[in-house]
Each structure stands twice: as structure tokens, then as C-alpha cells.
Design a protein around this ligand. Structure first.
Ligand code: GLA
Length: 394
């Protein structure tokens, strides 16, 4: 058979076109598959707008999710955790942290619900401390004393946020530069706080900071928990365990007196799990001063510096929370100043003791108490500390 040249030409052209078409459709299929794989994987971090500051600055909300189904909402205002869901023993999810429904309510007056606290978590007596012979004066925003970083602590600033995903889980990195002299503290402080939600329901918090002048730092997280999921109900039915044989008694302004007191035989003994409500009304001078529990416990040392500090158990729902840290202390605050005036999320109000805080930290007033572990940070050093809240059921 005689094959003409044009026939060969058109034949080759046709084959080439068919081949190209195949390749093209293969490519399309491939990208469909890729899209499918991406789409079937849960997106661990969702970004939305939470509200606007009075000056128009947008406050963003990031929702961290894990495979188990837990969700943690964090906003860029104060690094506040506004929602944190956890399953009960039947797998029913509830929000377990106090907070508000919208930004305006946070701006109107927030008793540090869910907030990052800095530069100094807890109190500094009379708002004064000295470093290298120079005295620094801070705001006295809690009676005669300085509390939680002052008038505009880290709980009230806008932080930069960078969401990312790594093998550990959903990660949100928050950064903030506190200028030299801000709230009276020396040194420009660059702060980085990393929240990681892991698949085994732990929120791991890593705090880092560097300074350009000697300063003091004590960062913490001020979430109020109510593991019942009924956020406006008292938490007296939660069992607390604190890994601490001693605590720091306070004066009338809740400043440690300097004494390390044994907890044994007192209402401050949580070495075995005990209901918050069991002895909170006991006739005890220290409970009177705190109007309940509002003290720093001196954590026992462990084999590792990162050790179990505390746990909380709500028997009815089975929700159990463990707190691990490498900090020397933990402030256990039983929500004594909540008085039923603040609106609860989804309705009702936050009554007295409707939430408890387990704030890992260095001891209150450390800058003025030479027997306490130092909170000084020098240029060239890096402040790093870690706390993990792990939720489960039993
Ligand atoms: C802390 C303090 C409490 C109280 C709360 C916020 O943790 O120790 O006394 O000020 O913050 O209301």
C-alpha cells in the first residue's frame, strides 16, 4: 500500500493531538486528586474577624482545630482564648472557658478572661522595684499594688499573629514588641507566644522574650475554666490537685509576706485531689484575705523541670485537665471577685466562683523579694518558659 506524505503528516498530527489530550486529562485528573486530598483534610486553622477596636484596627480570631474535634479560638486582642471546647465522657463537646460573646464586652471590662498576661503576671508591691540601683515606678492598678502588667498590660494590646501547621498540630504564633518604658518597665521587650493545639487535646504554650536592657518578666495565661461546660455555674464541685507542699501566705493586698508555709493540715492542702468547695468557707485568715483561694503555691520539683503542676476534675461530666509547667509556682484563683454582673457567653451572668484559674508563673512580687527565684532578664539572654493544659476524661 502506498502511503502518501500528507497522510503521514496528518496521521502524526492526529496522534500527537490525542497524546496531548491524554496528558492534559491526566494532569486534570491529577490536580483533581490533589484538590480532593487537600479538601478532605480538615483545615486546622480558620481565620475570621472578631471585631474592630475603637480606632478601627481589626481584631482577628483564629480557630485552632485538632483531629479529636477540639476547637480553641484565640483573638489578636490580648492573645485571649475566647472559646475552648472539650468532650465529656460521652463525647459531648462543650466550651470550658469563661469569656464574652463579642469584642465590645472584652473592651468594657474584662477580669483577664483568657488573656495573656505581661510583662509581669501577678502583683508587684506598691508598683515599685529596683534594678542595678535604679527604682522603677509602675501603675498601682490594684489598690496600692501593681497587677498583671499595669493599666494596659499584654491582655489589652493587639498582637501580630501567624498561623501555621506542623507535625505537632495547629500552631498560632503571637508576637508583640513592648517598647522601652512601656507601663514603666525598662527595656524594649520582644515577646513571642506560641499556642499549639495537639491531637491529644493539649494546648501547649511556649513563651519567649528578649530585651535590650535589664528588666523583669513573668508571663502567664489567665484562662478561667469551668469544666462542667455550664459557664455561669459555680466551680465548687471541681476537684483540684496541686503538686505543692508549701504556698505563699499573703498580706491584705495579696502580696506574699515572704514566708513559705506548709499546706499540711490547712485548707491549702491540695496534695490529694479535693473539691474546691470543701474548705473554701473555712475560718482561716488566709482564705479571708483572698476571699477564697487566690494564692501562689510553690510547686514541688520533679525529675524533669517540666512536671505536673496541677489537675482539675469534674466528676459529673468526667472532664479532667492536667497542667504541666517548668515554672516554680502556680496561682490558684477561685474566681472570688466574679459577682454576677458580667454577661456570660450565650446568656446568664458570671456568678461568684463560676471559674477557676491555674496561672503558672514565678512568685508574685519577686522583683522585691530576694529569697524568691529571680525574674530578671538581661540583654543577650532568652526568656523561655512552657505550660501545657491537657484535657481528657475519666
Ligand atoms: C488574679 C489575681 C486575682 C484577681 C484576678 C483578676 O489572678 O490573683 O486577685 O485580680 O487575677 O480578677
Amino acid at each position: 500500500m502506498r502511503i502518501t506524505k500528507p497522510f503521514i503528516f496528518y496521521g502524526i498530527l492526529l496522534m500527537a493531538l490525542v497524546n496531548m489530550g491524554c496528558k492534559q486529562s491526566k494532569k486534570e485528573n491529577q490536580s483533581e486528586m490533589e484538590i480532593e486530598t487537600t479538601a478532605s483534610k480538615p483545615n486546622p486553622i480558620e481565620e475570621t474577624t472578631f471585631g474592630k477596636m475603637p480606632n478601627g484596627t481589626e481584631v482577628k480570631k483564629f480557630t485552632l482545630k485538632n483531629e479529636a474535634g477540639t476547637e480553641v479560638d484565640v483573638i489578636t486582642y490580648g492573645g485571649i482564648i475566647t472559646r475552648w471546647t472539650a468532650p465529656d465522657r460521652n463525647g459531648f463537646y462543650d466550651d470550658v472557658v469563661l469569656g464574652f460573646d463579642n469584642l465590645d464586652q472584652y473592651l468594657e471590662g474584662n477580669p483577664y478572661f483568657g488573656a495573656l498576661i505581661g510583662r509581669y503576671g501577678n502583683r508587684i508591691a506598691k508598683g515599685k522595684f529596683s534594678l542595678d540601683g535604679k527604682t522603677y515606678t509602675l501603675a498601682t492598678n490594684d489598690g496600692d499594688n501593681h497587677l498583671h502588667g499595669g493599666e494596659k498590660g499584654f491582655d489589652k494590646v493587639i498582637l501580630d499573629a501567624m498561623p501555621k501547621e506542623d507535625e505537632e498540630g495547629a500552631v498560632l504564633v503571637l508576637t508583640y514588641t513592648s517598647e522601652d518604658g512601656e507601663e514603666g518597665y525598662p527595656g524594649k521587650l520582644d515577646v513571642k507566644v506560641t499556642y499549639t493545639l495537639t491531637d491529644d487535646n493539649a494546648l501547649d504554650i511556649q513563651y519567649e522574650a528578649v530585651t535590650d536592657k535589664p528588666t523583669v518578666v513573668n508571663l502567664t495565661q489567665h484562662s478561667y475554666f469551668n469544666l462542667s461546660g455550664q459557664l455561669s455555674k459555680p466551680v465548687l464541685d471541681h476537684k483540684i490537685h496541686l503538686n505543692a507542699d508549701t504556698y505563699l501566705p499573703v498580706d491584705g493586698g495579696l502580696i506574699p509576706t515572704g514566708e513559705f508555709r506548709e499546706v499540711a493540715g490547712t485548707p491549702f492542702d491540695f496534695t490529694e485531689p479535693k473539691l474546691i468547695g470543701k474548705e473554701i468557707e473555712a475560718d482561716n485568715e488566709q482564705l479571708g484575705l483572698g476571699q477564697g483561694y487566690d494564692h501562689c503555691w510553690v510547686l514541688n520539683e520533679g525529675k524533669d523541670s517540666f512536671r505536673l503542676a496541677a489537675s482539675a476534675y469534674h466528676e459529673k461530666t468526667g472532664r479532667f485537665m492536667e497542667v504541666y509547667t517548668n515554672e516554680p509556682g502556680i496561682q490558684f484563683y477561685s474566681g472570688n471577685f466574679l459577682d454576677g454582673t458580667l454577661p456570660a457567653k450565650g446568656g446568664g451572668t458570671y456568678v461568684k466562683r463560676s471559674g477557676f484559674c491555674l496561672e503558672t508563673q514565678h512568685y508574685p512580687d519577686s522583683p522585691n523579694q530576694s529569697d524568691f527565684p529571680s525574674v530578671r532578664l538581661n540583654p543577650g539572654e532568652k526568656y523561655t518558659t512552657r505550660t501545657m493544659y491537657k484535657l481528657s476524661t475519666k
